[in-house]
Design a protein around this ligand. Structure first.
Ligand code: SF4
Length: 350
């Protein structure tokens, strides 16, 4: 039987979520911290680190596929400046946390949200929309801003002592820093952020996948996070930048993918994936090999054709070698930002 908790708390890795949990633990309540991660946000490898420096036991939850499904279906409340669907994201995470409450025997849900702190997802009216749509009105507790909000069911029931909750409002961080000091938190987490969907460079990496697939698998977005990305229509090439990228490309291989590697010179690996229905044109595979070779300074310096091993993985596994000249050719290109921005706007903001 799983250990019982009073509440579950969303912990993104930021200070506010941590303080909300600490504030309730100070009342003697047991809170199960949940950390949601996806290809776009989260720190799935931080569990031991957080336990060591913050003394909290965090359960990691992969929300990637649900998040991708929401984004490809079209977020109800649209996207922010880039590809970040913040309101729908909060609703999705809170709904998922609510569904997990019975598993931990929890009777409420805690977040570190502060009213008025963030422009889009934490305004008072937006907070109301989020709690309504996630169907968590009866169970949601925001301990840091509780005194600015109406008492919740768990406060009224006496399970949570409202008089020991706070009334923090707005963008200032002074009260949070004082609290951190009080709880002996020496390593202050950076503001929860770090969401790749808010960055232009990453929106550009991710967008073609949404463009070519109606219901993409989250594995594509993990691949989009690795190395340099090139596209030719629905054909996709990811070129490693260092050993870590190369190892990751090997891990992310799917049936049908093509792995390219220079045989005679040191250089990166490349993973080629086809998101469309057309078969690979041979000229495009050769262009991928040329492009890959252009990232090997020794192959470029050789000034002659170099051998590349082309391995197609999956049921009809095959391997062959081709000779190519290193060349940053025009068959492969990076997604143009202007075009990407326009397409995102057409899909989500019109
Ligand atoms: S910035 Fe990213 S992780 Fe944060 S609420 Fe928005 S979409 Fe979600």
């Amino acid at each position: 039987m799983s250990k019982q908790y009073d509440g579950v708390g969303l912990f993104s890795g930021g200070l506010d979520g941590l303080l909300a949990i600490k504030l309730l633990e100070e009342q003697g309540l047991k809170i199960k911290a949940l950390h949601f991660y996806s290809p776009f946000f989260g720190h799935p490898r931080n569990r031991a680190y957080w336990r060591r420096i913050y003394g909290i036991d965090v359960t990691m939850i992969d929300i990637g596929q649900e998040f991708v499904d929401m984004l490809s279906a079209g977020p109800v409340y649209g996207v922010g400046k880039m590809l970040n669907p913040c309101v729908d994201c909060k609703i999705l995470l809170l709904e998922a946390a609510r569904r997990l409450m019975p598993k931990y025997g929890a009777s409420f849900l805690v977040t570190g949200e502060v009213v008025g702190q963030r422009p889009m997802s934490q305004r008072r009216d937006t907070l109301n929309i989020i709690s309504r749509d996630a169907a968590i009105r009866d169970v949601l507790l925001r301990p840091l801003s509780a005194l600015c909000l109406n008492p919740t069911a768990v406060e009224e029931s006496g399970l949570v002592d409202r008089s020991r909750l706070l009334g923090i409002w707005g963008r200032g961080r002074k009260e949070q820093f004082e609290l951190a000091k009080k709880y002996g938190i020496e390593v202050i987490p950076t503001p929860a952020g770090g969401c790749l969907l808010t960055e232009k460079e990453n929106a550009r990496r991710f967008w073609p996948i949404f463009k070519y697939l109606d219901r993409p698998a989250q594995s594509h977005f993990w691949l989009a996070n690795v190395g340099r990305q090139f596209w030719s229509g629905a054909f996709w090439l990811s070129v490693g930048r260092h050993e870590r990228d190369n190892a990751r490309l090997n891990e992310l291989l799917l049936p049908g993918d093509i792995l390219l590697r220079l045989t005679g010179y040191p250089g990166p690996l490349a993973l080629a994936r086809n998101l469309g229905a057309e078969p690979w044109p041979q000229a495009l595979v050769e262009a991928a090999a040329s492009l890959l070779a252009s990232f090997s300074p020794k192959a470029v310096a050789a000034g002659e054709p170099v051998e590349t091993l082309v391995r197609t993985v999956g049921e009809n596994e095959s391997e062959n070698c081709i000779m190519v000249l290193p060349n940053r050719n025009t068959l492969w290109g990076e997604a143009a930002w202007e075009e990407t921005a326009m397409e995102i706007k057409q899909r989500y903001k019109s």
